[in-house]
Design a protein around this ligand. Structure first.
Ligand code: SAM
Ligand code: SF4
Length: 471
């Protein structure tokens, strides 16, 4: 039997269970949702919930949603219909009730609407309240009706979560770690400030403790997460606040933790300490996701991004000066209200000038409640389609060239598991490219130098040149 005591302001709740129940979490959206799903699983474990692979085997299903893309809510309702049917079939088969919970940004933004349109949903919770899940499960069972909790509570969930069983991917060797949440920047097109709330940073002590647990459980590479991760300003325990560079310096001292990444950064928050860290901190990988969205100053202003195209170019120049092998990835939006052919061409020119190793690009899609959604001069869908195709063709060309350029180079590769073929190992390069070599299983979890010999469709192939090396 397991038990969990949840204390919260005026209430102490003891939840006990006698048997194991299946929990299936469906995760849509960004890495932060992947992290949140793992944390929700941790929170429910003491109640006897253990992860299962399919909703058909689950006593509880959590749909962790994302609001960034178009028609997000419609996608949620269609998935809920499917889950409802599975729940009914389980009940008919004598397997009892399936608890259905909706979490994440759609739940935050459209909680009431979800309960109105899908009254069979038991729990609706926002991204900032999932530490209260045990209480919600108990309340839903008691009340026999729906429970909704989309507060932005004064307490931070990180102080209430159980010690993390690291959210691990790739053979338990890599993990995400959320260090910062929310956003105060209010870009014209974006729902994040409304769904994730104001910008907050976790304390250095809390991040370090979680990273140490991850490293002790075998994690070799962590990706620090935040909507504005480089705006990090966590309590340093000495009356001040730490920068991302300072945090990364501490993290690099943790034995076993060999690689550090962070995402998503904002160009405005790249300070000199972070640029220096890319020169001085060997654990920081030379691959940076730095969204620019547009290359036109007029559109950047309309987007409320707070920087010009030239300022972006200058930040990249300084970063590359500090770390010449740094590669960049970015996000682009085409067809923001008011975008002309000339503005679009300015974006294409910025891409040509910078040269990206990888990028994500989207057609602007109006998000209800955001300033851009109500702006005049919305761009025609056909024009957006055409611009997106042109932009993606250029980005693909650059990505192909970047990958082709790896052939003949030697890269440190973190081996994360066996490859598909017998005797093959697979791992990833500093630039997150999948790399395959022939090699012994003992190398899994190690970093070794690989001479890259071939570029395949979505990966690189090479030969080991020695069995252990530094990152
Ligand atoms: N904080 C990050 C930044 O400042 O760039 C971005 C976070 S957002 C969750 C991820 C990406 O989704 C954005 O960079 C943007 O390119 C895209 N995105 C957000 N809202 C969008 C919208 N309404 N239409 C199209 N793309 C959007
Ligand atoms: Fe959204 Fe990023 Fe802008 Fe914040 S900085 S509003 S998360 S796009």
């Amino acid at each position: 039997m397991t038990s969990q005591t949840l204390s919260r302001q005026d209430e102490t709740l003891q939840v006990q269970n006698t048997d194991t129940r299946g929990l299936h979490v469906i995760t849509w959206g960004c890495q932060m949702n992947v992290y949140d799903s793992a944390r929700m699983t941790d929170v429910l474990r003491p109640l006897g919930y253990a992860p299962v692979d399919a909703p058909e085997a689950a006593d509880m299903v959590i749909l962790n949603t994302c609001h960034i893309r178009e028609r997000a809510a419609e996608k949620v309702f269609s998935e809920l219909g499917r889950l409802r049917k599975i729940g009914e079939e389980r009940k008919a088969a004598g397997l009892g009730k399936t608890v259905i919970a909706v979490a994440g940004c759609v739940a935050q933004a459209e909680g009431e609407e979800i309960l109105a349109r899908a009254p069979y949903v038991d729990i609706v919770l926002g991204p900032q309240t999932y530490h209260r899940l045990p209480e919600m499960v108990a309340r839903a069972a008691r009340a026999g009706g729906a429970v909704i909790d989309t507060d932005f509570p004064v307490e931070t969930k990180f102080d209430f979560l159980p010690n993390a069983a690291a959210p691990q991917t790739e053979g338990n060797l890599t993990a995400f770690l959320t260090i910062q949440e929310g956003c105060d920047k209010f870009c014209s097109f974006c729902v994040v400030p409304y769904t994730r709330g104001a910008e907050t940073s976790r304390s250095v002590a809390s991040v370090m403790a979680e990273a140490q647990r991850m490293a002790a459980s075998g994690v070799r590479e962590i990706t620090l997460l935040g909507q504005n991760v480089n705006a990090y300003h966590g309590d340093d325990g000495e009356g001040g606040s730490a920068t991302l560079a300072g945090l990364a310096e501490n993290l690099a001292l943790i034995p076993g933790l060999e690689r550090i990444r962070y995402t998503t950064s904002h160009p405005r928050d790249v300070d000199q300490s972070l640029i220096d860290a890319h020169r001085d901190n060997a654990a920081l990988m030379p691959f940076l996701h730095l969204p620019v969205q547009s290359g036109s100053d007029k559109i950047l202003k309309a987007m409320n991004r707070g920087h010009t195209a030239q300022e972006y170019r200058e930040v990249v120049r300084r970063l590359r000066e500090a770390r010449p092998d740094l590669a960049l990835s970015s996000d682009f939006i085409v067809g923001h209200p008011g975008e002309t052919e000339e503005d679009f061409e300015a974006t294409m020119q910025l891409i040509r000038d910078i040269g990206f190793a990888q990028a994500f690009s989207f057609k602007y899609s109006p998000r209800p409640g955001t300033p851009a959604a109500g702006q005049p001069f919305q761009v025609d869908e056909a024009v957006k389609d055409e611009r997106l195709q042109k932009l993606q063709a250029l980005l693909r060309e650059q990505q192909d060239a970047f990958n082709a350029d790896m052939v003949g180079r030697t890269l440190p590769v973190l081996f994360t598991g066996r490859g598909r073929k017998p005797g093959q190992l697979s791992g990833r390069s500093p630039y997150l490219q999948p790399v395959h070599v022939e090699g012994p299983d003992e190398l899994i979890g190690q970093i070794a130098q690989v001479a890259i010999t071939q570029r395949l469709t979505n990966s690189l192939a090479g030969t080991l040149i020695r069995e252990r090396a530094c990152a």
